[in-house]
Design a protein around this ligand. Sequence first.
Ligand SMILES: [Ca+2]
Ligand SMILES: [Ca+2]
Ligand SMILES: [Ca+2]
Ligand SMILES: [Ca+2]
Length: 411
Amino acid sequence: MFESQSSSDLSLNISGWASESFQKSRQLASNFDNLDSLISLGSLSGSKSSSQLQSSAVVSANPNPNPYLTSAAITPDFNGDGKTDKVWVDSTTGEIIIRLMDGTSVVEQGSLGNFDLSAYDYKIADFNSDGKTDFLLRNKTTGENSVVLMDGTKVGTAASLTSVDAAWNPQIGDFNGDRKTDIFWHNATTGENAIWEMDGTTVLNATVLDTTDPALTPTIVDFDGNGKSDIFWRNQTTGDNSAWFMDGTQKTEFALQSQDAAWTYSVGDFNGDLSTDLLWRNAQTGENKVWTMRGILVTEGALGTLDSSWTSKIGDFNGDGKTDIFWHNGTTGANTAWLMDGTTVATEAFLPTNNAALTPSLGDFNGDGKTDIYWRDQTAGTDNIWTINETTAVETLISDADKLGPQWYTF
Ligand SMILES: [Ca+2]
Ligand SMILES: [Ca+2]
Ligand SMILES: [Ca+2]
Ligand SMILES: [Ca+2]
């Protein structure tokens, strides 16, 4: 079950015809939304100084000092130019396309083919550590998996891996710190866990880990900032939290403070020390707080309160390597950003209000180290990009030639 086999000429058009279901594409979208949490991936050597990082094999073309914000394993960058690229899915045909971005312009477009969206899910990764984003494609119905190594809009190498029963879900990390994405497998029904250490399209080692209580949900983090991914476990019912600090497939387990079930979390790096931090949000009370992590050492800081119509995403709007929090109000269209310094909000940006129906997705499209916002108008296709510098946003419309119809979703 845990062996790999490769076939470099795998057709990506093998899947059946796509589901027309709008709901399914929305479901797919929510899966992809979890990509925001990939900022926690330990795909780069977090314990190194920035000068050491500069001398490492893969240096991002993006000037942001935090590799978690610029790694191609975390933010789509298919040509490795340090400018975030876009992935689009056609909810009617199942076609997945890639658009290479240069600021507010689309410079190149390529297609991966058509997929049955009711079955297929993908994760972005960088399996060969060339600084160009790759894909893990998973058929959740048949359990088939493939790795697609990308070179710009072209498929460099594609290979099928061993099938894994549909009850297992993959997440990506780098557990041995070689900067090549590994795959963490979790079976939410049985609580079984496994890691595949990867080298490109090859599974180097497949290791079964201890089984966990099925009530526990795993998130890939790097709490000690050593460049080797760790696993944060939360029981959302009891509020219990714990962590597995990983060295390859060896784990050391620690309990963390509980947070009652009203609290949910997302991840970031709010003090820029390359250790994953947690943003806790209480959707009932609107309270927010940050845990900055140093191993199992937690520093907690309370932030402002925002009601449940606000949702957050992580970016870095001033390019200082400390993740900031972008808040969008889905009811009023109001927007704000909290420029963070550890557990405190250093600056609050009062950004313009726009149409509440627009959907934001974050990336650094012009590669200046500061996160920008892509606004998708799902109805009219009148998308725009906010190019952000600290607390200032400049809005540019996507050209008519690059408009995509309402069947297209981006994440
Ligand atoms: Ca790019
Ligand atoms: Ca790659
Ligand atoms: Ca670690
Ligand atoms: Ca920042």
